[in-house]
Design a protein around this ligand. Sequence first.
Ligand code: SAH
Ligand code: SF4
Length: 428
Amino acid sequence: MRENPSQFVPLDVPSLQSRKSLFGLDAEALAACMVEAGEPAWRGRQLAEALYRQRIAELDAITTLPKALRQRLASEGWQVDRPAIAQVFQSADGTERYLVEGQCGDGLTVETVWMPEGDDGESGDGSDAGGGSNGNGSETLRAPSYPRFSAERVGNHQLGSTQGLGAPGLDSETREHSRQRATLCVSSQVGCAVNCDFCLTARLGLQRNLTAGEIAGQVLAVFDRHAVEVGRDRVNLVFMGMGEPFLNYDNFMDAVRLLVREVGLSPQRMTVSTSGIVPGIERFAAEPPEFRPKLAISLNAPNDAIRSQIMPINRKWPIAAVIDAVRPIKLRPRERITFEYVLLGGVTDRPEHAVEVARLIRRTGLPAKVNLIAWNPGPGIEYATPQTEAVEAFRQTLADAGIPAYVRKPRGRDIYAACGQLKRTVEG
Ligand code: SAH
Ligand code: SF4
């Protein structure tokens, strides 16, 4: 196991203060901003409508504001500054991985992944990730065929260069009658400080936190690319990209509130995954249900001994402490806590591990389900992908113990878009 070179100190970017970004501010902050500019407060609501409902990405295109006001705001340095897709990688399985440029002017990009037709359980309850995900849904979105691992650069904050790559979801033939179903995997930090031994993102260390605008902006940038209609299309959000959301708690929750209140998404279609940051889980447990996504815990091991070896964070917050922090959450009817479990061949995938996991989860008494994830390889990481039979046997043991368990299909492995593979990999 490697030493832990990272730190748990959040790295925010001071230069952001000097950049006047409208995107990321909620209606109240936008109203305050308008009042400061000598305008009535209701202009803030107009701005919120334009930014988050109409998804207008240029100040000058917000025609609900008088031209003179737009010009004045621009001359004072205000801009929309919505994160934009800079590069697209397309997988043979329809998954797309994006590099998204942030708001901080430091050139760092984050990764966002679009998985058409859901993800076999990533959404948190195993059933609503998309009817087509089990292969027998009748309403499946017809995915265009993709060249294997094609990369597309998107210049100057626009999506002009999709020609010839079969820009997905946008043509009327594809959108015909059906609602889109997809899962969008969103990042919360650039890199990660938690240093799990099996995860490629860990190798970056923590570079910085994302702002609320950068977290919510990933969602809107991808929604625009796929012409997602909020309220019609069924897109689940999973905060399972780069980073540990609960080590960037305030910005993460600000983003959730923006997405719920201003964009109009349901928190019940959002799942946040944590490696087990106890103070974060405690705060999360106190969030009002109207702004609380579902929760997934990356358990990944049957006991503290193995977990501490593969996830150093376990030495600070062992399994029992994590479970105690989860307990006060007031679950909605039928809501379950998801336990994610990465199967590392020969390390965490043995039959006795499955028995131990089943016992552990039953002892918690929590309504739970398990998402099993076969380990996705990454360069320089010395683990093995488990045998298919071992994965199925593991799932069966849990199911026999009365615990709903799903095997998550790896998505976009060929473009490094699968779980734990996000590391701003540009080359094939
Ligand atoms: N930091 C958060 C969320 C992002 S990681 C967390 O750890 O929960 C999302 C999921 O990917 C976690 O469950 C993590 O255990 C899993 N994961 C990390 N590396 C992986 C790999 N190489 N193969 C499969 N799953 C992996
Ligand atoms: Fe961070 Fe999650 Fe990767 Fe662990 S698994 S290093 S917490 S991103």
